[in-house]
Design a protein around this ligand. Structure first.
Ligand SMILES: NC(=O)c1ccc[n+]([C@@H]2O[C@H](COP(=O)([O-])OP(=O)(O)OC[C@H]3O[C@@H](n4cnc5c(N)ncnc54)[C@H](O)[C@@H]3O)[C@@H](O)[C@H]2O)c1
Length: 468
């Protein structure tokens, strides 16, 4: 559904009205377009003294031919030389017209609270030089895994910086923090590529943990990273599910599109557009797990990626909620996912370096009026992710979830106008996201190089104020 306010506010008259009345002024977000570079603008790379991830970061930036700058006095130049990356020296001044599409900072060397000043020293002089839809990426070390309490404290503090700066930068910019566990350095590439690119347009203020899963990742063709992979997407006939199917197919996967038999015509339409196949069934039916497993084995010899996207809302305050509505929502949104995962695991359908990807909701994080059933189901999805890690990891499979905020779909179009408008604006980007924003985040989880991305719940919500 179109966002008329966003269109109006970006017209010459609308800009004047917004300025005079102090109205939110959402900026149209830059999104991925086929053939465009990973980052279309200059990158400023910085590092706190003693950081040990800079060479890895420089090597990754070099792979996608980013145009990289660094301050004269930083240790980045030595790290870049070690990574064979040629960089340009840069000194910020109030007069210079330089704009950066991304500010990337290696904060791994921050070992004490006093050292946190390094964030100020790097970002303060250049924060106004960030371009439209620019990116701020801070990279640190996972606090829970650090032995030294002072070091753990300082690294945990990075979260506050990222969440706050994400609220300060406007112009469609965002900010994220990536914690890298020892041994997970090789997993940084897929995450840095995602977060520095327009694919992460509606993800902001997020903290991602890369862990040493022991799962061997693969180096993909970055233009078609899912070449040769088979993915199954539930609820694929429309909305977010259709966008996921399109995005995974764009990345090279064969997509099995699943939805209820009543949606079969739309399902065939989506599958036809992407060269995928159709599996029309109700995921709550008793035979669904077995049929999915059989289909994947017989038609494809197994499965690489399953995306549990199908979901419904049946909103009522608890006092007015019939037991049947409670059961229906829990069954579709949560219990069926458990049953399907159990069957796929029991029959060893998911191949090594496989992916289980769930769709939660910010309602499952923050709760929402009239959504006790839905919030229970979506909080349960987070529980499913957290609790499934040991069994899945032992089979070389990762599990993660997206938690979308307000996404423009039939589900949100059905919300009454005033509530819908509030939901749309109550985030740092003052607008709803698009189904493709959720799909791109899922495609990053699905990437065969993302084997260090495990047990993460990533909100795709433009940094919604709800549950933040
Ligand atoms: N739209 C949003 O703002 C938003 C926000 C947070 C989370 N989500 C979640 O994203 C997912 C997709 O949402 P959407 O907005 O695209 O919804 P949608 O209603 O447009 O699509 C959901 C799809 O799931 C299918 N489905 C429902 N029950 C099924 C069943 N028993 N078996 C098989 N398929 C079934 C439907 O037929 C439909 O095609 C859902 O899990 C939803 O809870 C959406």
């Amino acid at each position: 559904m179109s966002d008329r306010y966003l269109d109006f506010i970006n017209s010459p008259v609308g800009q004047m009205v917004a300025k005079n009345l102090g109205l939110p002024a959402p900026q149209p977000l830059e999104r991925h377009e086929e053939g465009k570079p990973v980052v279309s603008g200059d990158v400023l790379l910085g590092a706190a003294a003693g950081s040990d991830l800079t060479t890895t970061i420089a090597g990754i930036l070099g792979k996608f031919k980013a145009n990289v700058f660094a301050n004269f006095d930083s240790g980045v130049h030595a790290a870049a030389a070690a990574a064979n990356l040629s960089i340009q020296a840069y000194a910020a001044s109030a007069e210079d017209k330089q704009k950066f599409k991304a500010l990337v900072f290696d904060a791994s060397g921050i070992t004490r609270s006093d050292d946190l000043i390094a964030l100020h020293s790097f970002f303060s002089p250049v924060i106004r030089k960030i371009a439209f839809s620019g990116r701020i990426i801070v990279i640190g070390r996972t606090p829970e895994l650090l032995d030294n309490p002072k070091h753990a404290t300082a690294q945990r503090a990075l979260e506050g910086f990222v969440r706050a700066i994400a609220k300060e930068v406007k112009k469609g910019c965002n900010a994220q923090l990536i914690y890298v566990a020892p041994g997970a350095e090789q997993g940084l590439e897929s995450s840095l590529r995602f977060f520095i690119s327009p694919k992460s347009a509606y993800v902001s203020g997020q903290v991602v943990r890369l862990s040493n899963t022991g799962i061997a990742g693969e180096t993909p063709d970055w233009n078609r990273p899912l070449n040769g992979k088979v993915a199954l997407v539930t609820g694929a006939s429309r909305g977010i599910g259709a966008a996921i199917a399109h995005t995974l197919a764009r990345d090279g996967a064969h997509v099995i599109c699943l939805d209820v038999p009543q949606q079969e015509a739309d399902l065939h339409q989506v599958a036809g557009e992407i060269g995928g196949s159709v599996l029309a069934l109700d995921i709550t039916s008793a035979e669904a797990p077995g049929r999915i497993a059989e289909h994947c084995k017989n038609a494809h010899g197994g499965l690489d990626i399953i995306v549990h996207n199908a979901g419904v809302t049946r909103d009522k305050t608890l006092a007015n909620m019939k037991e049947q509505l409670w059961n229906m929502v829990i069954n579709i949104n949560l219990s069926s996912e458990e049953r399907i995962n159990d069957e796929l695991l029991a029959q060893n359908v998911i191949r090594p370096n496989g992916r289980v990807i769930c769709v939660s909701s910010i309602s499952g994080i923050a709760g929402n009026m009239g959504q006790t059933n839905y919030a229970v189901s979506k909080a349960g999805v987070i529980g499913l992710v957290n609790s499934s890690v040991p069994a899945l990891q032992a089979k070389g499979i990762t599990i993660n979830a997206v938690a979308p905020g307000f996404i423009e779909t039939q589900m949100t179009a059905a919300i009454p106008f005033a509530i819908r408008e509030a939901g749309r604006r109550m985030n740092s980007m003052s607008q709803g996201g698009l189904p493709v924003d959720v799909a791109e985040t899922i495609a990053w989880f699905a990437n065969p190089a993302s084997s260090a991305v495990n047990n993460n719940i990533v909100r795709v919500c433009g940094q919604s104020l709800i549950g933040a």
